[in-house]
Write a protein that binds this ligand. Structure first.
Ligand code: FES
Length: 391
């Protein structure tokens, strides 16, 4: 049998403890090839190996039907093998968008408990139920914390008067940005997951304590678990009927229907981050290796930004985000970004993030103040009226 496994590269390992405390293996004695640790290691000290092994099988029970599946493997691989479909996360059906153990969109009932299929090793006699319709969804979150600056769609006029938002950050992401600014959240598969109502209560308490006008959810990528996110906004709206309820998203998997459902659920402030204009730049920023997938994600982010502005500018405060660093973006591309935003709406709030050294790009140089002011000028020269640059 052809098997993919991951092993530690001792020459690169710094014993940072990330794999013992944040992204923890569920099968330390027998690798199931889920690759979660491979993506999560901040020092890239994991190597993928393929090997030929003797075929071994175990039996699992899926919706009361017995199946013989190769062992060892992740539950997700076993289910895929017997024909269970992992769909797009925008459908709200069973999907596996992060493959890290953070988003819980891949979860099913395992021996009666909701559990993630992507990082769970199969065991002989395991009992699986696929229908989770009536089960409260779960997700790992960090926070809540009060925030003074907010995100790319936090209305600029609210910032600067103490705490502007109470925020939570969701684990799991479908991108693999090597300079991920929140990697301790994104790759967390070990913290206890919470229901939408629990998360809504926690962040509401924080909002009331710090008297914030907005409540926000960021990531990781919040949209990956649709069922959880829609319920979160519904709960949030019940608790905060007059507040600004803010979603910060990379925009990669949002569809028009998904946006409609978010707005219906109470979300009235959305930030989308296309990050770039050119596919090659987007791949550099996001760590995606598949050109077609990168192009699809990039175009989807731009299209959904336009849809939001065209359909919802009365109801939803919209902002756009970009990631500037001279390592990946030329001033010509910035001009292209300026033109593209101007063609959508010159008054759209645009935030340019000056990515700092983090995660796997600790050598990155933070843009200087002069550099970032030049970025602002270029975008303003394109007619954009609300350009915010973070320094
Ligand atoms: S795909 Fe399994 S937790 Fe996200």
């Amino acid at each position: 049998m052809h098997r993919v496994t991951v092993e530690v590269d001792n020459n690169k390992c710094r014993n940072c403890g990330f794999c013992n405390q944040v992204n923890i293996c569920r099968s330390p004695n027998q690798c199931i090839g889920c690759l979660s640790c491979y993506y999560a290691c901040p020092y890239e000290a994991r190597k993928i190996k393929t090997e030929e092994t003797e075929e071994e099988y175990v039996e699992i029970l899926v919706d009361n039907v017995r199946y013989r599946v190769p062992y060892p493997s992740s539950l997700k691989d076993a289910l895929t093998r017997i024909g269970i479909i992992f769909d797009s996360p925008s459908t709200g059906r069973l999907s596996a968008p992060c493959n890290l153990g953070g988003c819980w969109a891949c979860s099913v009932l395992v021996n009666g408990e909701l559990e993630r299929t992507c990082i769970t090793p199969i065991e002989d006699g395991m009992r699986i139920e696929l229908d989770t319709e009536d089960i409260e969804p779960l997700r790992i979150i960090h926070g809540p914390q009060p925030h003074k600056v907010g995100g790319k769609a936090t209305p600029w006029w609210e910032v600067g008067y103490g705490y502007v938002e109470a925020a939570i950050w969701t684990a799991g992401c479908n991108l693999r940005c090597p300079q991920c600014q929140n990697y301790h959240v994104t790759y967390d598969n070990s913290s206890e997951a919470v229901t939408p109502r629990e998360a809504a209560i926690m962040v509401t308490v924080c909002s009331r304590r710090y008297n914030t006008r907005g409540v926000a959810v960021s990531g990781g990528e919040p949209t990956l678990n649709k069922k959880w996110l829609l319920k979160f906004f519904q709960e949030l709206r019940k608790l905060n009927p007059y507040k600004r309820l803010h979603l910060d998203s990379n925009g990669t998997i949002l569809t028009r229907e998904y946006v409609d459902e978010l707005v219906e659920s109470g979300c009235n402030n959305i930030g989308v981050e296309p990050k770039a204009c050119r596919v090659e730049t987007y791949m550099m920023i996001t760590g995606l290796k598949d050109y077609d997938l990168a192009r699809e994600y990039l175009e989807n982010s731009w299209n959904i930004l336009k849809y939001l502005v065209d359909q919802y500018s009365e109801k939803v405060y919209v902002g756009a985000g970009f990631a500037y660093n001279r390592e990946w973006m030329t001033l010509e591309e910035l001009e292209e970004i300026g033109d593209r935003i101007a063609s959508i709406d010159q008054s759209l709030q645009v935030t340019v993030l000056d990515y700092f050294p983090s995660f796997r790009r600790r050598w990155l140089k933070r843009p200087t103040v002069n550099e970032i002011l030049r970025v602002k000028q270029i975008l303003e020269d394109k007619g954009l009226r609300t350009v915010i640059v973070q320094t």
